[in-house]
Design a protein around this ligand. Structure first.
Ligand code: FMN
Length: 400
C-alpha cells in the first residue's frame, strides 16, 4: 500500500500506535491531510473521523488517501465510537485537530450530535487520552463561554495544544508541534516531575564591536536531546546562542552570546535541576575585546585567554548527574573512546558523548558518536534526532 512507503521514515516514535484524528469545520481542516501523513511518517496508524461541517471544507477522500483507512463520516450500526475509543476500543489516542469553538463547547457540556463529538464522549468516558488543537478567530476563542469550556475540559484531563496567535486569529499550530505533543502523550514518562538543563550550539567571542570568533556547531544535537527529554515528560531549560523558536509548555529557551554568558545562565538555571546535559560547543578561549572596530592592517595580533570550563564551574555548585560532550578531530575510534572514558572519571560525569567532528557532527544533520557510561561503551550513528533518542534511552537504562 502506498502509505507503507512513508510509514516510519521520519522516526519510529509512534510505531504501533493507533491515533484517531477528529476533524471539524475550521478552514484549518485543509492542514489535516499533511498532519495525518506526518503522524504516519513517525510510525503511527491514523483513522479519521469528520463532522459534517468539516466535510464542507475538505472531502473525506482526501483523508482516506492520507490515512489509508475508511473515514468515519457518520456513526453506523458498527458503533464506530465504541470500537475505536470505548473501554476496549483499539485506539491509543483521540486527537481533534482542528477543533472548532462549536465542537469544544459541545464536548465540554456532554453534547454529542456529530461523529467527532460522539467519539469524544466515548473517549472521555473510557479514559482514553485526548488532545485538542483549537483553531478559530480571536473573537471566538476570547468568547467567555468558549474560554470556560476550554478550562472545563482541561480540568477533565483533556490537553490543549496552544494555537499560534497571529492576525487576530488563534491559528492551527505547526504540524511539527502537534506531532511533538502526540509523541509526549504516548511516550514513556521517565522524566515526569524532573527538571533538566541542556546547553546547545556555539558561543561568540567578540573581537571588536562587529567581529567575533565562533565555531561551526549548529546546536542541533542539543536541541534534539532537549526535545527528547521533553517528550519523556521533563521540564526543559535550553540555554543556547541559537534561537530555535520552540513553543512548547514546560520548555524554556534562554539566549546567550559568549561563553561567559552561557556560564552565568547555566549557574543561574542549574538550581533545582535533576540533570545537566552540556551539549554546547562553548569557546575554549576568550578574546581581549577592542572598544572600536579594528582598522585594516597588514597584520593583526589578537590576545586570547583560556575561557572558564562550564562543566568544572557547575560541578562546584551542583551534585547531580552531568552528561558531557567532547568534540575531537583526527582520532581513531579507540583513542576517542579512551578520551571519553578518561573524561567520565576526571569530571565525575554520568555519561560522555564523544565524536570526531572531522568525520561528521559539527553543523551536519547526521553524526557518529561514542557513548560512554560506567556500564558501557556504545557507538551510535545516524540522524541527530535519532541519535539523541538513543542517547536518552541509554541514560534511562544505565542511570535512572
Ligand atoms: C470556511 C469556513 C471556515 C470556518 N472556520 C472556522 C474556524 O476556524 N473555527 C471555528 O470555530 N469555526 C469555523 N467555522 C464555523 C464552523 O464551521 C461552524 O461553527 C460549524 O457549526 C462547526 O461544526 P463542527 O464543530 O461540527 O465541525 C468556519 C466555517 C466556514 C464555512
Amino acid at each position: 500500500m502506498h502509505l507503507e512507503r512513508i510509514r516510519g521514515v521520519e522516526s519510529r516514535r509512534l510505531e504501533g500506535k493507533k491515533i484517531v484524528l477528529g476533524v471539524t469545520g475550521s478552514i484549518a481542516a485543509v492542514e489535516c491531510v499533511k498532519l495525518a501523513r506526518e503522524l504516519a511518517r513517525r510510525g503511527a496508524e491514523v483513522f479519521a473521523v469528520m463532522s459534517e461541517a468539516a466535510q464542507k471544507i475538505i472531502h473525506p477522500y482526501a483523508l482516506e488517501f492520507a490515512t489509508g483507512n475508511r473515514v468515519v463520516t457518520e456513526i453506523t450500526g458498527m458503533i464506530e465510537h465504541v470500537n475505536y475509543l470505548g473501554k476496549d476500543g483499539f485506539a491509543d489516542l483521540y486527537l481533534i485537530a482542528p477543533a472548532t469553538a462549536n465542537t469544544i463547547s459541545k464536548i465540554a457540556n456532554g453534547i454529542d450530535d456529530t461523529p467527532v463529538t460522539t467519539f469524544a464522549t466515548a473517549a472521555l468516558g473510557s479514559g482514553k487520552p485526548m488532545l485538542i488543537a483549537p483553531a478559530m478567530h480571536a473573537a471566538m476563542i476570547e468568547n467567555k463561554a468558549v474560554k470556560e469550556n476550554i478550562e472545563k475540559l482541561k480540568k477533565m484531563g483533556v490537553e490543549f495544544i496552544e494555537p499560534k496567535f497571529a492576525e487576530e486569529k488563534a491559528k492551527f499550530p505547526d504540524i511539527e508541534k502537534i506531532c511533538l505533543h502526540v509523541e509526549r502523550k504516548l511516550y514513556s514518562k521517565e522524566f515526569l516531575g524532573k527538571k533538566v538543563l541542556v546547553t546547545a550550539g556555539p558561543t561568540y567571542e567578540q573581537i571588536d564591536p562587529v567581529r567575533f570568533i565562533s565555531n561551526r556547531s549548529s546546536g542541533l544535537m542539543g536541541k534534539e536531546i532537549a526535545l527528547e527529554l521533553w517528550r519523556r515528560g521533563a521540564e526543559v531549560v535550553l540555554v543556547s546562542s541559537k534561537d530555535f523558536g520552540i513553543d512548547l509548555p514546560n520548555f524554556r529557551e534562554v539566549h546567550v552570546w559568549s561563553v561567559r554568558d552561557m556560564l552565568n545562565a547555566v549557574l543561574e538555571e542549574i538550581k533545582g535541576c535533576d540533570l545537566f546535559v552540556s551539549s554546547a560547543a562553548p569557546a575554549d578561549f576568550e578574546v581581549e575585546m577592542r572598544d572600536k572596530k579594528i582598522k585594516t592592517a597588514p597584520e593583526l595580533v589578537l590576545k586570547l585567554k583560556e575561557a572558564p570550563k562550564i562543566i568544572k564551574e557547575v560541578r562546584r555548585v551542583y551534585g547531580g548527574h552531568i552528561v558531557g560532550f567532547k568534540a575531537e578531530t583526527g582520532l581513531s575510534d579507540e583513542e576517542l573512546a579512551k578520551i571519553a572514558k578518561e573524561r567520565l572519571e576526571a569530571d565525575k560525569l554520568a555519561m560522555v558523548v564523544a565524536n570526531d567532528v572531522l568525520e561528521r557532527g559539527m553543523g551536519t544533520e547526521e553524526t557518529r558518536v561514542v557513548v560512554v557510561t560506567a556500564r558501557r561503551t556504545q557507538w551510535l550513528e545516524g540522524r541527530k534526532s535519532l541519535v539523541a533518542q538513543k542517547i536518552v534511552e541509554i541514560y534511562v537504562e544505565d542511570l535512572l
